[in-house]
Design a protein around this ligand. Structure first.
Ligand SMILES: *Cc1c(COP(=O)(O)O)cnc(C)c1O
Length: 422
């Protein structure tokens, strides 16, 4: 599409947007009673108006039924992990048996690494992107130490080429090949939280498998943002949180994907709890752990219903909108943002956009690397009620989300940003 730098053009895009009605399904934050430009759905997604009802339903059932709610609630609590399966499976491109909502992201990362990072004297290395999210870095470091390995030797962190800002797929594959004899695990943030780069999941997975390693992805910034085909791409495992693009509320329930090929591989070591035990026998409280097949067999604890209820409200909206339609709008919306940003600073004097410019290599987010006065400019944005995200030392992340952001908002942002730069 040929974009135009006018408010009337932005308005036109909003008018013809097939998803425009979804914005009204969300609460839009205000500052001192005034409208904001909310561009931090990559950090905390907005609250669906329906969330209140989903949670209230459970509170009422709890009040009315007490413990019997496990069986008699409108959505029986005993089976609560099943209610989100279909939608989650669609969102990550999986079969229902391959996904389950449970715990939170970092916990799930440790659980998955317990099963899929099995270092031996010969094969012990982990390959990941340099500058991974801190929590992931801490997980990798402490997993290595847990196995009595030195992170300096066993953790391979891939840097972009000198002078470049994001990784090239060919370089990732070359590194995987170079370490193949010693490689145990390849793990990447599917969409890198800092740069916004969407890695080539299929190529990385194929290369990892060819090297004889397991391959996993952290979907924190990918789930609900970009199209995923984890089953088809043969990914071994993935983990995610749900409070970013999945709009499930602060600290909302996380999730895992375990490929079907591992569904009945009960030899994989795992840390177990009763909710992962064979459901027929779960309440017999007998000795001897018998995992359920599929992702369910990694569950530990009984399901956090209130947090799960909030997630169901959001997944319902995703089902209505359709992940393909969301992606289509997202490409336009972020494309429009990129177009306008280039108009604001045509010579690249003030900033450069780190995020890849090819839409297939990114999701909603654009990361803007400020060349000078970054923090000051960010503060000016905040003053103009733009809710954006500052990452030390010099990056502003702007994320228009197709469920609730409008083209007009992107346009307004570009005007505010221009003023902030001058
Ligand atoms: C948001 C995010 C996390 C947060 O982890 P929690 O366990 O949910 O607190 C971890 N990793 C990445 C890549 C993230 O983007």
């Amino acid at each position: 599409m040929r974009f135009q730098n006018t408010i009337s053009f932005a308005r036109k895009l909003d008018q013809v947007d097939p998803l425009k009605s979804f914005r009204s399904k969300f609460h839009l934050p205000k500052i001192l009673g005034k409208e904001t430009l909310y561009f931090t759905g990559n950090s905390l997604g907005l609250q669906p108006k329906s969330t209140l009802k989903f949670i209230t339903d459970e509170l009422e059932d709890w009040a009315q039924l007490g413990v019997e709610g496990h069986f008699d609630a409108k959505r029986p609590w005993l089976h609560y992990h099943k209610f989100s399966k279909k939608a989650l499976a669609q969102i990550v491109g999986a079969k229902p048996i391959e996904v389950v909502a449970m715990n939170q992201l970092t916990v799930n990362l440790h659980l998955m690494m317990t099963s899929f990072y099995r270092p031996t004297a010969k094969r012990f290395k982990i390959i990941t992107e340099a500058g991974a999210f801190s929590s992931d870095q801490y997980a990798f470091e402490t997993q290595l130490k847990f196995h009595k390995l030195d992170p300096k030797v066993a953790l391979v962190e891939l840097q972009p080429r000198p002078g470049e800002l994001t990784l090239r797929t060919e370089d990732i594959i070359k590194s995987i090949e170079a370490h193949s004899e010693e490689l145990a695990l390849v793990i990447f943030g599917a969409v890198q939280y800092y740069t916004g780069q969407f890695f080539d999941i299929k190529k990385i997975t194929d290369a990892g498998h060819k090297a004889g390693a397991y391959v996993g992805f952290d979907l924190a910034h990918a789930v609900g943002n970009v199209p995923l085909s984890l089953h088809k791409h043969n990914v071994d495992f993935a983990v995610w949180c749900s409070y970013k693009y999945l709009n499930s509320g602060p600290g909302g329930i996380g999730g895992i994907f375990v490929h079907q090929k591992h569904a009945t591989n009960f030899d994989l070591p795992r840390l177990a709890g009763w909710w992962g035990h064979d459901v027929q026998e779960r309440f017999q409280m007998r000795k001897g752990f018998k995992p359920m097949s599929g992702a369910d067999g990694w569950q530990l604890s009984n399901f956090p219903v209130l947090s799960g209820a909030a997630q169901l409200a959001s997944l319902d909206i995703f089902q209505q909108a359709g992940i393909k339609n969301l992606r289509k709008k997202s490409i336009l919306l972020t494309g429009y943002l990129e177009f306008l940003l280039k108009m604001v600073d045509p010579d690249g004097k003030h900033f450069s956009i780190i995020t890849p410019s090819n839409p297939k290599d990114r999701g909603c987010q654009l990361s803007i690397l400020m060349k000078q006065h970054g923090r000051k400019i960010f503060d000016k944005l905040m003053k103009a009620r733009v809710l954006a995200d500052w990452r030390e030392p010099d990056v502003i992340r702007i994320t228009p989300v197709p469920l609730y952001n409008r083209f007009v908002e992107v346009f307004r942002f570009s005007e505010i940003f221009k003023r902030a730069l001058s």
